[in-house]
Design a protein around this ligand. Structure first.
Ligand SMILES: Cc1ncc(COP(=O)(O)O)c(C=O)c1O
Length: 374
């Protein structure tokens, strides 16, 4: 199992919590939604915000990063004419969100090439600042690149954009648990991530953290009971009777929905906290080094910098040209190896995820099988 990067498996203690919540919901939905859930939702918001380094009043739960990016891309008004700036390594579906937003708001899209094998974060900052112009209204980038696992200097990139009056939206899909993340220290206008990848929360747990000063800039994706016509002109940060605040409920509430994955986030935090974050991150670093040591000698070119601070627990390798990706995926699965093959415009990559439960034997098995397939 070398693909935590796509989906994290749910550990037994977390599964038990979310299953017990579902059992209670099934047994008495009215009691669950009206009496049991509000304090649990508030507790989950406080615990998640504390873990992420942000404020519960600015933490909107979502089902995943896609929902969070859609919320910003659809609900934020930008001053046209102008452009939305992206790196050339953004997650495909997120790029489409910005393409549609640009089209709707009369803006253009521009991407710039990232130095994905940079030896120093300064090279990335330099490439990004060179790409920013007087026309740039918004800069969207990943904290950790999906195809290669490169970690971008998010705080510095947001600071450069802020100097130029550019709104920042950060896709931190892989960051929570992989990196020692403090969301408010990044100072993005909007920061979003998944909790169902490296944090191992149940599938359906993501968030949008609204940067201080941006509290009243969004409209919800859906109008439901959070969208109160008589809501105060300026939202109050006071806790409401539903486990939210006026603002978070305005953006978050979708009508009747099983929010068990959000309520189980504290269990996921507790689970890995009990193992120890330093131990987990040391193990991740060990596994990245092990992947490099096993796969580079096979002739595969490393696609993730081997520089501390510029990679986490994703390590990508370039595959030889001319391979059939569909066939290669099938062959790998015949050997019961779960790993993504990523097709980029200029090359094909194989990406190893190493979490604390990944074993050297799994990586060795990949190294044994791969030469016969490529
Ligand atoms: C960088 C990045 N952004 C966004 C997503 C989308 O995540 P989700 O499908 O959970 O919305 C992913 C998923 O792999 C990702 O890697």
């Amino acid at each position: 199992m070398l693909n935590t990067g796509s989906y994290g498996p749910t550990p037994t203690p977390v599964f038990e919590v979310v299953t017990e919540l579902r059992r209670r919901l099934a047994a008495g939905p009215t009691d669950f939604f009206t009496r049991q859930m509000p304090p649990l939702l508030w507790d989950a918001r406080v615990r998640t915000a504390e873990f992420l380094g942000t404020a519960p009043e600015r933490l909107v739960f979502t089902g995943n990063v896609s929902v969070a990016i859609n919320l910003v891309a659809s609900g934020l008004r930008l001053n046209g004419p102008g452009e939305i700036l992206l790196t050339d390594h953004e997650y495909g579906a997120m790029q489409w969100c910005w393409e549609r937003a640009a089209q709707r708001q009369g803006l253009t899209i521009r991407t710039f090439p990232l130095p994905t094998m940079a030896k120093d974060p300064a090279e990335i900052i330099e490439a990004a600042t060179r790409a920013m112009s007087a026309k740039t209204r918004l800069f969207f980038f990943s904290h950790v690149l999906s195809p290669t696992g490169l970690v971008l200097p998010a705080k510095e990139l947001c600071a450069e954009a802020r100097k130029r009056g550019i709104v920042t939206v950060v896709d931190g899909a892989h960051a929570p648990a992989m990196l020692p993340l403090h969301v408010d220290a990044v100072r993005a206008d909007f920061y979003t991530a998944n909790l169902h990848k490296w944090l191992l929360a149940p599938i359906g747990a993501g968030f949008l953290a609204i940067g201080a000063g941006n509290e009243d800039r969004l409209q919800p994706l859906q109008v439901s009971w959070g969208y109160h016509p008589d809501r105060p002109a300026k939202f109050s940060d006071e806790r409401d009777p539903y486990g939210s605040t006026w603002r978070t409920r305005f953006l978050e509430f979708e009508g009747t929905k099983d929010v068990g994955p959000w309520l189980a986030v504290p269990a996921a935090i507790d689970f890995q906290t009990s193992l120890g974050w330093d131990a987990i991150r040391a193990r991740m670093a060990e596994l990245s080094a092990f992947s490099r040591a096993k796969l580079v000698p096979l002739g595969l070119k490393l696609a993730t910098p081997d520089v501390p601070g510029m990679h986490g627990s994703l390590t990508a390798f370039e595959l030889p040209a001319g391979l059939n990706a569909v066939k290669l995926r099938e062959e790998l699965w015949k050997h019961r190896i779960e790993i993504p093959i990523i097709e980029r415009p200029d090359r094909m990559l194989i990406r190893v995820s190493g979490h604390f439960y990944t074993t050297e034997a799994e990586i060795e098995r990949l190294a044994e099988v791969l030469p016969g397939l490529i």
